[in-house]
Design a protein around this ligand. Structure first.
Ligand code: ADP
Ligand code: MG
Length: 701
């Protein structure tokens, strides 16, 4: 019966009326009783303290005073008309002032009667007053029952305009809890409640709205946040389990010639411990009979490519084909060249397919691919065209494309009954908390250490006015044999302007760095692929010392002799982009530098970004900062935002609870993967409801 009650439309609430209930529906997306009790306060005003007037603080803040009105008078005329009350606490006096509802207030306020006045202090011309205070009749017997912490609910401009104040909302919730006396069923099993010492559901809801005291309030919030995150994690982890149950994968149980030979005879360095650990995780997946769906996160330069290559060798050793997809042509070429180099002692056939591959060549590739004559194909998005048909694709690796959606991923295997294993690699470190939530259905591997010998990249911020000293520094580096990147922003919407910036920059640099002493390469989006490649090659071969580019070089490019990265208009780049760009240097044995150029006028956000860059080289710290600055929705794009649409928990500030919730969700599912044990019946009910309605908070009662 109670659950029916919870579904009652808010129109039925006493005293609300059709007009206002429509506004609430529209503004707050609240339609029924349960929607209203699940509107959690943003904050609370402490009303536990009563001030004497002589003890009032000398700055503006909320205060509460007990006193009587000794005098009430209208002052001024027209728009300046106001009602002024002299409020006396027995010793001193303060003015209470109203500009609205003057007539009505004047009639209804009582003189020489004790009130509690609450409001914000206002200081004007050496006088203290409280404009528009809340007044409440003082009753000593009910003082102990009085709300000590007043909830402040989310609001909107329209609500305020239509006089649906916090008090109105608060009273609606109050009537649901204290008149209708709604009851809320537990959603978390007893054993967890007692192990984690959680407040029960019913008390939590009552206390989150009308806290009896500070302790109960924080207990209530802790419990509700845990509940929300627990069910979020249960849902994500279960999706993962279901996928593994349902989607069978090829079993790569052979560790064969290619892998062994490469490992023993070619691999030019020892893998870092982090790389070894990740490789083990991948090998476990590949031999588990389920499809691998793994996200490999590793900071720029942590050595993901080698992991990709070795994983591909395993696929080949088991008789399958593999593909590697990269976001840009330059990166594809670089991978292709690297792979050819690494496979020189192996007998394998590698091809590259991009937008600029000639038509005749493409045809040959399609044919050979279908016949199984090609072992590895590397390329851009061209790889997911319908024309690309594999004989037996066993593994698909996607580099630097964390935004490559599930739908696109599945395009890679639409044509075979058994899907290939999938490895997604990214250096845009998605903060762990966010990854855990937004990618709950992927397994996550982390390379959390850089190959030995890497040194911090010294990063500085310089204003355009300091350009001369920057040029001098670049010349010094070049005279030591180093090479330099100079990057200009490219933003889709203002392509023409950006192009002009780039060309202007090129011109002035050509004047500063004169031929033949200095040679400059230039690479930008308007060039043909062959020309880009040609220019990149010249830089790679050290024929040029400076490479000017738009952000096409952002990801992946690997030229160890380059030691300086100059980023022009750096205030226009996002944090993760800046970090990616910086990662193009510091790849060899030379001390490296990143110089962030900017104009003099900077927004606070830009300042914060540049400061973050100069303070740390750690991609994960940068990602956390980025999340803080931009918020999760922006980072993940809209497609994932549904997952992280949380009502009470916050992915940034509640990381501890999130980790905790994830741990317990894992334990629960390891012990009872279908939540079918009696002790988990609460969980199952809520879980089912959640899956059906996609909204945790629609389940209560
Ligand atoms: P990213 O993770 O950014 O893709 P790369 O795979 O391009 O990084 O690796 C960066 C550089 O580090 C490459 O030159 C690579 O050969 C080198 N490298 C990778 N792993 C190791 C290692 N274990 N020891 C030494 N150098 C390594
Ligand atoms: Mg890479």
């Amino acid at each position: 019966m109670n659950s029916n009650l919870l579904n009652t439309p808010i129109d039925y609430l006493k005293g609300l009326g059709a007009n206002r209930s429509e506004i609430i529906k529209k503004e707050l997306k609240i339609f029924d009783y349960k929607g209203l009790v699940n509107l959690f306060p943003n904050r609370y005003i402490d009303k536990s303290k009563y001030y004497k007037i002589k003890e009032l603080p000398n700055f503006s803040c909320d205060v509460q005073i007990i006193g009587e009105i000794s005098n009430l008078s209208e002052i001024g005329i027209g728009r300046k008309k106001r009602l002024v009350a002299h409020f006396n606490d027995g010793e001193d006096e303060i003015e209470l002032i109203w500009f609205k509802s003057v007539k009505w207030l004047k009639k209804s306020l009582l003189l020489n009667t004790k009130y509690i006045a609450f409001g914000k202090l206002n200081f004007f011309a050496n006088k203290v007053s409280i404009p528009h205070p809340e007044l409440e009749l003082y009753k000593p017997e009910s003082l102990s029952l009085r709300l000590k912490l007043q909830p402040i609910y989310p609001s909107t401009e329209t609500l305020v305009k239509k006089s649906i104040s916090n008090k109105v909302i608060s009273n609606l919730v109050k009537s649901l809890l204290f008149d209708v006396k709604l009851k809320f069923k537990e959603t978390i099993p007893d054993y967890l409640i007692s192990e984690l010492k959680l407040l029960d559901k019913n008390s939590s809801i009552y206390n989150v709205h009308f806290p009896k005291n500070n302790e109960l309030l924080s207990e209530a919030i802790r419990r509700l946040k845990f509940e929300e995150l627990l069910f979020l994690q249960l849902q994500l982890l279960k999706k993962n389990i279901n996928r593994k149950d349902k989607i069978k994968g090829y079993n790569f149980n052979v560790v064969g010639n290619n892998f062994n030979k490469f490992y023993k005879e070619v691999l030019p360095f020892e893998l870092t411990n982090a790389q070894k650990k990740v490789l083990k995780e991948i090998r476990n997946d590949l031999g588990s009979n389920a499809q691998m769906n793994r996200l490999l996160q590793g900071d720029v330069g942590s050595g993901k490519t080698i992991i990709a290559f070795m994983t591909i060798l395993i696929a080949l050793d088991n008789g399958f084909q593999a593909c590697l997809m990269a976001p840009t042509e330059i990166l594809s070429v670089q991978h292709y060249v690297g792979f050819i180099e690494m496979s020189k002692l192996l007998n394998i056939n590698i091809v590259i397919l991009t937008g600029s591959t000639k038509a005749s060549q493409k045809k040959e590739i399609y044919k050979a691919l279908e016949l199984g004559e090609i072992d590895i194909i590397i390329g851009t998005h061209s790889l997911i065209q319908d024309k690309v048909v594999f004989k037996n694709l066993g593994l698909a690796i996607i580099d630097e494309q964390h935004k490559f959606g599930v739908a696109q991923r599945s395009k890679l295997w639409a044509k075979s009954t058994t899907p290939p294993h999938i490895l997604i690699m990214t250096a845009t470190p998605i903060p762990r908390t966010l990854a855990m939530s937004a990618y709950g259905d992927l397994d996550i591997s982390l390379i959390d250490e850089l190959p030995p010998g890497r040194r911090e990249i010294t990063t500085v911020h310089r204003y355009d006015s300091n350009r001369l000293s920057v040029f001098k520094f670049i010349k010094d580096q070049i005279s030591e044999g180093r090479q330099v990147y100079i990057v200009y922003p490219l933003i889709e919407e203002s392509k023409n302007m950006d192009f002009k910036d780039l060309m202007d920059g090129y011109e002035s640099l050509s004047r500063e760095f004169e031929q033949p002493k200095y040679q400059i390469s230039i690479v930008h989006g308007r060039m043909k692929a062959q020309d880009k490649e040609f220019e990149m090659k010249r830089f790679e071969n050290k024929e040029t010392q400076i490479l000017i580019a738009t952000t096409v070089i952002e990801v992946g490019v690997n030229i160890p002799n380059a030691s300086v990265m100059v980023i022009e208009s750096s205030e226009r780049f996002g944090l993760s982009q800046l970090h990616q760009l910086r990662g193009r240097v510091g790849r060899g044995i030379h001390k490296s530098y990143c110089i962030l150029m900017s104009g003099n006028k900077l927004s606070n956000e830009s300042k914060l970004r540049l400061k973050t860059m100069t303070q740390t080289n750690n991609g994960f710290l940068i990602a956390e900062k980025d999340l803080e600055i931009r918020g999760p929705g922006d980072i993940m794009g809209t497609q994932q935002s549904g997952v992280i649409d949380l009502k009470i928990a916050d992915l940034i500030s509640d990381q501890k609870i999130l980790t905790y919730a994830r741990k317990f969700a894992k334990q629960i599912l390891e012990d009872d993967k279908n939540l079918s044990k009696e002790k988990n019946s609460n969980l199952l009910n809520t879980y089912n409801h959640l899956v059906k309605n996609k909204d945790l908070w629609s389940y209560i009662g």
